[in-house]
Write a protein that binds this ligand. Structure first.
Ligand SMILES: [Zn+2]
Length: 880
């Protein structure tokens, strides 16, 4: 095995190929919720790295071994060994046919990894290392083979039996059981295996690929959700069409199945032709799903579908390469959503997410490059860094090479590696070779963690009409890497006159005069000299956020107001508004800390007022520009996080703007009332998003509660009623309790809507929420076994509600630590996510540090703590 362990740490440098070639794998599952009997048959022959005396090592956990046979002969004790982690067949020499019979107990599986129950059915989750809880097998992504799977189960209890590939045979047994045989013609690694057995309803449609293949599309859900699949189905069809049009990639089988479950550790899983989804990313109707849910469904359906090529056809050599499939596929789903809706709004939302969730990862104890060099539990590395920063790295290839160059690289990548398990280096080589460029320096993005700081300074020479832009970079040391090297940073930019005109960009010795261009910083410092610049310009930098860095340029507030009003790039206009607001909030955090009166710079008012008067721009973009920077991102800007100061200053700025601009806010709010019944067109979604941002400002004024009461009572869709409910609950309106009751009574039967009801209450700012959360976890609709419920209550409270979690008496930490310990015994993966709430603990004041440290130590001292939580907690404590 390549999984060489040293104190359970796995190192990338220790990779070695599996010494056996797996020619085929056949399985027979006799399915039962109590005990499922698994018959495994593998054809093995010596492969690369094989030695004559080689043992056959197979992973296996939480199973009972019944029988092992090699080439038809049952093995005696001594010819194999079996422990809690693996089965080893000794002296197998030439290999042959290995048969194994084993037992698993799905009913007891609360970790939701392997084969487990959900509602009235059983299902699997294998990525990253769940298949070893299903069968003894080389459970690593570089062992790819064809799967032939027969599922046998009681027909009345398990009428639907699904696995990967195509169903080729089926039949009945005398004892009331039936069987279906599935054969997947494509070789795949074990993490892409799936089976589903149970009583499910099926919604069916079809898609014809551009080369004429007829594909049956089926979504399986629990019967009561039969009418909530149309948006997911439409999204699937759009995804299939888009991947043909934009990437030239077609679907390769006759069936595409999706199964939705309420019990899932993640968003969704791209198992070959049998995707399994958290029901949150499938089920939608206007009265139960918000616009954000609709967009989330489209994005995740697309993401899993796109994996069929980027992940399944070409997969990862080892789990260190996870970003090879995830960064690339996130980039593809971002592009899909951008092509379907507003590109600028999508970009803004992705950057907001990156800054509030990935930047803190880079500055915390779990900092790692997008391709990590070591891990203890791979499930802890399904991170914002691997996914979202990974997608930013792919986006930089696209920025550097252009759409045509990027697509040429993709074609070469598939030409070289289809059907193989490869590395990030192979992807980079395909991009470089297809374009005849050297990407050696660019490869540092894979190896280096941390968020680079890009500093820009401008110098204008009036006499020579010359503007010099000096760029420099520095990546601060991170927890995992003290030394940093300069990176290759593409900077998309333009220059504006004081009246907001775009200037042509003529670098020295150049003819071309585009209004936007990409300049490359490929060392610590570099200067760019622009000629024929008639006046001191305002540079517009990092257009479309062309690199995942923190930018520093000494803009005056007047510069920012100019960019906000006139820049050609929508992202940079939004960014200018954010920077203005951020300055204003941070200045007030400082005033508050010095016991000075808070104040609003009057210059901010006309800039925000202009946004409300703007009837030309997409309302969704205006909504983004009006939304103040989040508390997590503001915290990222402070050396010592002043959690109460940030909240108070942000609320002050919002409230001051709202009260100064009450009339225009109210008028715009009224004008955006939908003229007809609900529809999910992008234009209607954009109106609702701006209307609800206006409402959130109005909640700071006397008019707010009346607006929210009316909106809650009259809305015909979840987006508007949820926004109104949040407004009422957050502002402590007298009607809030009654509104929560009305909502609960109406939706208590719907698990996904109840998640929203929980989340709103867990998100109310302030220490009072600690007591509320303690009540919510005892509510009959809450279950600590259900990850969506855990995320809605404990996740929202601990990861997204700083003033409650960091209550100064430590009550938030105590409650949270209790829940992490309780959850860890059931579901270590989800417990580890929750445990990440302490990651920035060293950046708070002394009192909070002490309080957090004592809870970290308490969790660390828990008997039987899982490896998942242990890795997070010990990294946080810095005592690896
Ligand atoms: Zn993915």
């Amino acid at each position: 095995m390549s999984k060489e362990t040293a104190g359970n740490t796995v190192y990338r440098k220790n990779y070695s190929p599996y010494p056996w070639r797996l020619l085929q794998a056949k399985f027979r599952f006799e399915i039962d919720a109590e005990t499922t009997r698994v018959f495994t048959e593998m054809e093995l022959e010596p492969g690369g790295g094989h030695s004559k005396a080689a043992d056959i090592e197979l992973d296996g956990q939480d199973m009972e071994l019944v029988r092992v046979a090699l080439n038809g002969r049952a093995l005696e004790p001594g010819e194999f060994t079996c422990d809690a982690e693996r089965l080893v067949v000794h002296g197998a020499k030439a290999g042959g046919r290995l048969e194994i019979e084993s037992l698993i107990h799905p009913q007891n599986n609360t970790a939701l990894e392997g084969l487990y129950p959900s509602g009235k059915f059983l299902l699997t989750q294998c990525e990253a290392e769940g298949f070893r809880k299903i069968a003894y097998f080389p459970d690593r992504p570089d062992v790819m083979t064809r799967y032939d799977v027969t599922l046998v189960a009681d027909r009345s209890r398990f009428p639907v039996l699904l696995s990967n590939g195509n169903p080729v045979e089926s039949g009945e047994l005398d004892d009331g059981r039936h069987w279906v045989r599935w054969v997947d013609p494509f070789a795949k690694p074990s993490y892409l295996f799936a089976l589903v057995a149970g009583d499910l309803a099926c919604v069916e449609d079809h898609f014809t690929t551009r080369s004429g293949r007829e594909v049956a599309l089926r979504i399986y859900v629990e019967h009561e959700n039969f009418d909530k699949c149309s948006h997911a189905m439409e999204s699937l069809i759009h995804s299939m069409k888009w991947d043909e049009d934009r990437f030239g990639l077609e679907y390769d089988l006759d069936i595409y199945n999706i199964v939705a479950t309420n019990d899932f550790n993640m968003g969704a899983m791209e198992n070959k032709s049998l995707n399994i989804f958290n029901s949150k990313y499938v089920l939608a109707s206007p009265d139960t799903a918000t616009d954000a849910d609709y967009q989330g469904i489209e994005g995740v359906i697309g993401h899993e579908y796109f994996h069929n090529w980027t992940g399944n056809r070409v997969t990862c050599q080892d789990w260190f390469q996870l970003t090879l499939k995830e960064g690339l596929t996130v980039f593809r789903d971002q592009e899909f959503s951008s092509d379907m809706h507003s590109r600028a709004v999508k970009r803004i939302q992705d950057v907001r997410d990156l800054r509030s969730r990935q930047f803190p990862e880079d500055s915390g104890p779990m900092a790692h490059p997008i391709r990590p060099d070591k891990y203890k539990e791979i499930s802890n590395f399904y991170t914002m860094t691997v996914y979202q920063k990974g997608a930013e790295v792919i986006r930089m290839y696209h920025t550097l090479l252009g759409e045509d160059g990027f697509q040429a690289g993709m074609r070469l990548y598939f030409e070289r590696h289809d059907g193989a398990a490869v590395t990030c280096d192979d992807f980079l080589a395909a991009m470089a070779d297809a374009n005849g460029v050297d990407l050696e320096l660019f490869s540092r993005w894979y190896a280096q963690s941390g968020t680079p700081e890009l500093s820009a300074r401008g110098d204008y020479d009036q006499a020579a009409c010359r503007f010099t832009l000096q760029l420099s970079q520095k990546t601060p040391p991170t927890y995992d890497q003290p030394e940093k090297k300069p990176l290759l940073i593409p900077v998309s930019m333009g220059l504006l006159t004081r009246s907001g005109e775009a200037l042509p960009l003529a670098l020295e010795g150049e003819e071309g005069h585009p209004e936007t261009r990409v300049i490359i910083l490929d060392r610590e410092e570099k200067s760019f000299v622009f000629n024929n610049v008639p006046e001191h310009p305002v540079p517009s930098l990092l257009r479309d956020f062309s690199a995942p860095v923190k930018l520093d340029y000494p803009y005056s507030n007047a510069d920012l107001a100019l960019l906000m009003a006139h820049d050609r790039n929508a992202f940079t206009r939004w960014e200018a508004a954010q920077t203005l607001a951020q300055r204003e909030i941070l200045a007030n955090v400082e005033r508050r800390a010095k016991n000075q009166a808070l104040q609003l710079d009057p210059a901010l008012v006309p800039a925000f007022s202009a946004l409300l008067d703007d009837m030309e721009t997409d309302p969704a973009l205006i909504a983004e520009a009006l939304s103040l920077p989040g508390e997590e991102y503001l915290a990222e800007m402070m050396p010592v996080i002043d959690v109460d100061g940030i909240h108070a200053a942000r609320k002050f700025v919002k409230s001051s703007l709202a009260n100064t601009l009450e009339k225009p806010l109210f008028d715009r709010y009224r004008s955006l009332l939908s003229p007809g019944p609900y529809d999910k067109s992008p234009a209607s979604m954009a109106r609702r998003s701006l209307r609800n941002v206006c409402l959130s400002y109005l909640m700071e004024t006397a008019a707010g509660i009346g607006c929210a009461n009316e909106q809650f009572a009259t809305s015909d869709n979840m987006t508007d009623s949820l926004a109104a409910l949040r407004g009422l609950v957050w502002s402590g309106a007298p009607s809030a309790a009654a509104a929560l009751d009305t909502f609960e009574n109406r939706w208590q039967h719907d698990a996904l809507v109840m998640d929203k009801w929980f989340a709103i209450q867990a998100s109310v700012p302030g220490p009072g929420t600690v007591g509320r959360v303690a009540e919510l976890v005892r509510h009959p609709a809450f279950s600590i076994r259900n990850p969506n419920k855990v995320r809605s209550v404990i996740g929202v409270f601990a990861l997204m509600n700083p003033t409650a979690f960091h209550a100064s008496d430590g009550s938030g930490y105590r409650l949270h630590a209790d829940k992490v310990i309780e959850l860890d015994a059931l579901n270590p993966q989800v417990a580890a996510r929750m445990a990440g709430a302490y990651n920035a603990w060293t950046r708070y004041d002394d009192r909070r540090r002490e309080l957090m440290k004592s809870q970290l130590s308490r969790i660390a001292a828990t008997t039987g703590l899982s490896g998942d939580v242990s890795e997070i907690i010990h990294n946080a404590l810095g005592m690896e």
